[in-house]
Design a protein around this ligand. Structure first.
Ligand SMILES: C[S@@+](CC[C@H](N)C(=O)[O-])C[C@H]1O[C@@H](n2cnc3c(N)ncnc32)[C@H](O)[C@@H]1O
Length: 413
């Protein structure tokens, strides 16, 4: 009973998220791009995983990475397997992760496979690769996860090849709608991508209460997965326009949100109302308040964990001069440090915090971090140790971005 997940653009974030929800003992990295989770696929809440792009059924593992041998194996077994599918034209796609085969070679394998399957009397449409792997849009558009679809995924894992079949891909349309169609957006406070918001919430949530989740296999195909209430509350003390609150709500959490600016609280309210209509959530008055995170007392609205994109300082489109950078780092460090001090007096031992905090790319791939990262223990917190991921990789950024987001997961000690 295992699930294979193909990880997103920054695989370490996807791995950390899975480790957080299911535990390191249930998790095995497969090559650089995938992971096997020892969880019943029916119970794997794929829709809430921001860091995994494909959810696959494991088919087999071959003791080779030689593409000729892999193709030979496919030609032997695929025609028979294709007979088990419902009648009708079949859609076939291939996705390779960690191989060096060029597109011509991949296409040749696809055409050979198509020929072998057609020899059994079934017609086949081969989806051409624009890259070694098909992206989520191609998988959805070509119905590769439908009853007559077949996306075969090949993952190089050392001297072995794991072969899997895609069952689901991230619902990119839904993510885009939640990101772009929100009535209130603000470029100044930044645009937290909903997928990253999900990762931050998952890192804060820790282990999932399995008994509270529903088997997704009981839900008829094409029906949305009903939102299951988890009975836990998340606090975002820097809620801004409410992206993280939005995602947390859809993931089944109750929410508490505060922000220094009243305009932001108004924006969060409008956005949450819009989300409620879009997803048919019960109408609610969410606990949102204007509050300075360095001084506010949240104890009137109890919460179980904290998940937030903290104050990131000035946005930069070009590298700042050293003095400006030093001032920005000092400003952010002070606010976040004061916040941690303030919150520390209000939460119990073990309470978990997942914070996206700023880090600055000073040269290509070289970052400056908040000084407080080195004094977390003095501030009364322990850093959560991930077994499958190194701390330095918990960093979200695009190559040309100056302000990156460092994902900091800590507990009150
Ligand atoms: C990077 S933004 C968070 C954006 C948010 N994730 C969203 O979905 O829009 C940081 C937020 O922290 C708020 N902020 C800055 N200083 C604060 C403080 N001392 N207390 C509370 N909020 C603060 C800003 O108003 C801003 O909305």
């Amino acid at each position: 009973m295992q699930s294979l997940l193909v990880l997103g653009r920054q695989p370490a974030l996807g791995l950390a998220e899975l480790e957080s929800l299911y535990g390191a003992d249930k998790l095995k990295a497969v090559g650089k791009h995938a992971a096997i989770v020892d969880v019943d696929p029916c119970m794997l809440a794929f829709d809430r995983l921001g860091g995994s792009v494909k959810f696959c059924r494991l088919l087999t593992t071959l003791d080779t990475t030689d593409w000729r041998k892999i193709e030979k194996f496919l030609l032997e077994v695929s025609p028979e397997h294709s007979q088990k599918m419902p009648e009708g034209k079949m859609q076939l796609g291939l996705s390779l992760y960690g191989f060096n085969e060029n597109l011509k070679r991949i296409e040749a394998t696809g055409l050979n496979l198509k020929k072998a399957i057609r020899a059994t009397g079934r017609s086949v449409r081969l989806i051409p690769n624009k890259a070694a792997e098909l992206n989520a849009a191609q998988v959805i558009h070509n119905k590769l996860t439908g009853p007559t679809g077949w996306e075969l995924v090949f993952i190089r894992d050392g001297d072995k090849t794991v072969i899997a079949q895609t069952v689901k891909v991230q619902d990119i349309e839904a993510y885009t709608r939640r990101d772009r169609e929100r009535p209130k957006r603000d470029a100044k406070v930044g645009m937290l991508p909903p997928k990253l918001a999900q990762v931050i919430v998952n890192l804060g949530a820790g282990k999932l209460p399995g008994d509270k989740l529903e088997s997704i296999c009981d839900i008829p195909a094409g029906q949305p997965i009903p939102r299951k209430l988890l009975g836990q509350t998340v606090l975002d003390p820097f809620c801004g326009t409410g992206v993280l609150l939005q995602e947390a709500l859809l993931m089944g959490y109750d929410i508490v949100g505060t922000d220094l600016e009243s305009r932001m609280i108004d924006y969060s309210k409008v956005n949450l109302e819009w989300l409620g209509e879009l997803y048919d959530l019960p109408a609610q008055d969410y606990p949102l308040a204007v509050a300075d995170a360095t001084a506010y007392d949240w104890r009137q609205t109890p919460f179980d964990f904290v998940a937030a994109e903290a104050y990131l300082g000035r946005p930069f489109t070009a590298r700042p001069d050293p003095q400006t950078l030093a001032q920005t780092i000092a400003d952010c460090n002070l606010i976040i440090k004061k916040f941690l001090n303030n919150l520390g007096g209000q939460i119990e031992f073990g309470t978990r915090l997942s914070l996206a905090v700023p880090a600055w790319q000073v040269r290509n791939g070289e970052f400056k971090y908040l000084p407080l990262i080195d004094s977390l223990s003095d501030l009364g917190y322990n850093r959560v140790i991930f077994e499958r991921v190194q701390d330095k990789d918990l960093l979200y950024y695009r190559e040309d971005q100056i302000v990156a987001r460092q994902l900091l997961v800590i507990t009150r000690k």
